[in-house]
Each structure stands twice: as C-alpha cells, then as structure tokens.
Design a protein. Structure first.
Length: 356
C-alpha cells in the first residue's frame, strides 16, 4: 500500500512539473489616456489593451473573469465571454500579420480580470519572463510530501485509530456505534495530532481550490502569493485558523449540549464532525489528483468541487440528526433546535465566508 501511494505521488509530482509554462501578462497591460497608450497602474478603467507579437507571444492566451467581458482585435469585436476564454495566439497572429492589439472591455470596470500565456515546455522562454505559477506548484509538491509523512506517522502510531477516522460506514450509519472504544478522550495527544492533520489538509485544499478557481470566491484575493516561502506562511496561518475553528466548534457543542440537556453527546458529535472532515478531505484530494492528471484547467470545475464538498457536509448533518434521534430519544423539534445552534448555523456562517 505504501509503495502504491509513493508511486502515485511521484506520478502526481511529474504531472505538475510537466505542465506548460505560464506567463502573467498583467505587467504588459496598457490603458488609453490623453490620446496615447500608457502602462496599466491599477487605474479605474473599463478596458485594458495588450500588444501581441509573434516573436514574444506564442502558445495559448487565457483570459478569465467571473463577469462577462468582450475582446476586440485591432478594434474589431472578436469574442464575448464569461469565465475562461482560450485564444490560440499562433493562429491569431498569423491571420493578423504577426502583430495585433488586443482590447478587453468590461462593465462597470476591470476588477478581477486575469490574462496569462501558456507556452509549451519545448519552446524557448525568456529567462526574465514572469512565471507566477511555478512557485505554487512547488508548494503543492512539498506540502503533499509533508502531509504524506505526517499521515504515515499517525498510521504507525495507531493503525486502528486511522482506520476508524476513515470508516465511511460509521459516518453514514444510522445505528449507534460506540466511539469510545477507539477514539477515546478528545484531549488525548494522538487525537490532537489528528485534528492538526485535518487542519493542515483542509488549509491546503482551500489554497488549491482558491488558486485554480480564478477569483470566483472573494476570499481568494487574500491568498495571492508570489513565492513558495510566502505560500507556506499563508498555509501555516490558515491551518492554525482551521484548528482554532475546530476548537471553537468543540466549545459550541459543549455549551449547547449543556443547555439542551445532551451532555452525553459531546464526544460522539465532535468525532462525527472530525471524521466527516477527514473523509471529505481525502475524497477531494483524490478528485484533485484526477484533475491534475487529466490536465483540467476549468475554473468552474475547481469552484464546483468546493461547492460539492460543502453540500456533502450539510447532508451529513441529516445523518447526524438521525443518529442523535435514535441515541437520545428526544422530541424532533428539540433535537432540531439543538442541531441548528451547534451545527447548521455555524456551517452556514463558515460557508458564507468561504464561498462568497
């Protein structure tokens, strides 16, 4: 099993390094002011312009924004699109005679627009060219190795506990199962390490999905980095935030269980939530590996994956409701009110922050 995981990780790493080089073209944007074209410097404008040349712009041009935009070639309307538009620069410049002015128009103003050029690896690239995506690929590879070593260490420390956290049957089973036989105390040192692993895993997944969803989520603008070291700093800070959220949720469960007379459900409910995060995180990792292997570049696919994960987490609350209903025997309305306070409302607040 370890050998298969190692081969899969090597293949995943090779796929990342095999990706074509990307050049951020925002540094080449121009705006029209006072009768001439000047470099773009975050001015409030409805249009930006790009000078394309067959000598310096080869490959595929990507233009992306969640809002609709229009693209003009030498003053003539060429495309109107939203999400991601791909333009073959070689074909475009061949028709245009080797040079063209690309104008991108947007209402009410250009805000989250992105443009980048994807150049196949076999083509020569200027050593001074800006390649912002390479540092993030390096970060993903190193972070994946670190999490894999972390996971192997946890498995060797207590294999039974690892399998228990990954038990999908327990997650969706309606029948009551004894959590204390394996998970033990919440404050046990090994359980704290599992909570930390889940925090690091989810922080990494959030960074990846935000990165490849192209500003579909407003929060993603706070996680833009230009170096591997800076990305690791953000990952560490986000992991600590996720861990704090887990602890806050534990306190919420404890407080509301006291108020609603459900003192015996704290450990059961919290481990159900951690198991849900563990399994859903592993599932998203598998799908992301498939995306990278297949070369998926659609921002909608990465954004949709985050929405699907959020939906599954909400659905799991229904299974938790049925479990607690059989475990406690309390009236339906009483139990539903408890879950609204301890599960549903906090999840909606977190979803609102992450997804909008």
């Amino acid at each position: 099993m370890k050998f298969c995981l190692f081969l899969l990780l090597i293949f995943f790493s090779a796929q990342l390094y095999a990706q074509p080089r990307e050049l951020n073209l925002q540094m080449q944007w121009q705006v029209y002011q006072n009768g001439s074209y000047v470099p773009f410097a975050n001015q409030t404008t409805q249009s930006v312009h790009l000078e394309l040349s067959s000598k310096t712009h080869t490959g595929t041009l990507y233009i992306t924004d969640r809002h609709e935009f229009s693209v003009l070639v030498n003053g003539q309307l060429g495309w109107r699109s939203a999400d991601t538009l791909k333009i073959n620069c070689d074909s475009l410049l061949r028709v245009a005679g080797g040079a063209a002015r690309l104008s991108i128009y947007q209402q009410p103003r250009v805000y989250s627009l992105k443009t980048w050029l994807v150049i196949p690896n076999q083509q020569h690239v200027d050593s001074n060219a800006l390649r912002p995506s390479v540092h993030f690929n390096n970060f993903i590879i190193i972070a994946t190795f670190l999490l894999l070593f972390f996971m192997v260490g946890l498995f060797r420390a207590n294999p039974q506990l690892t399998f228990d956290y990954l038990n999908v049957i327990k997650l969706f089973s309606i029948q009551e199962r004894d959590e204390a036989t394996v998970t033990g105390r919440i404050g046990a040192s090994l359980n704290i390490l599992y909570f930390a692993f889940v925090s690091f895993l989810f922080a990494l997944l959030i960074l990846i999905l935000f990165r490849f969803s192209n500003d579909r989520f407003s929060l993603s603008t706070y996680f833009i980095t230009e170096s591997t070291v800076a990305t690791f700093g953000i990952w560490l800070g986000l992991s600590v935030t996720v861990f704090v959220v887990l602890i806050v949720k534990l306190f919420l469960i404890f407080i509301f269980s006291q108020l609603f007379g459900l003192r015996d459900t704290v450990r059961f409910q919290f481990f159900h939530f951690v198991r849900l995060l563990f399994i859903s995180g592993i599932g998203v990792c598998i799908v992301l590996i498939g995306f990278f292997i297949a070369g998926t570049s659609s921002a909608g696919a990465f954004a949709g994956l985050l929405f699907i994960a959020a939906t599954l987490i909400l659905i799991s609350v229904a299974f938790l409701f049925l479990k607690l209903l059989g475990r406690t025997g309390l009236p339906v309305f009483h139990l539903f009110s408890y879950l609204c306070a301890s599960e549903i409302i906090p999840l909606i607040i977190i979803g609102k922050v992450l997804l909008f």
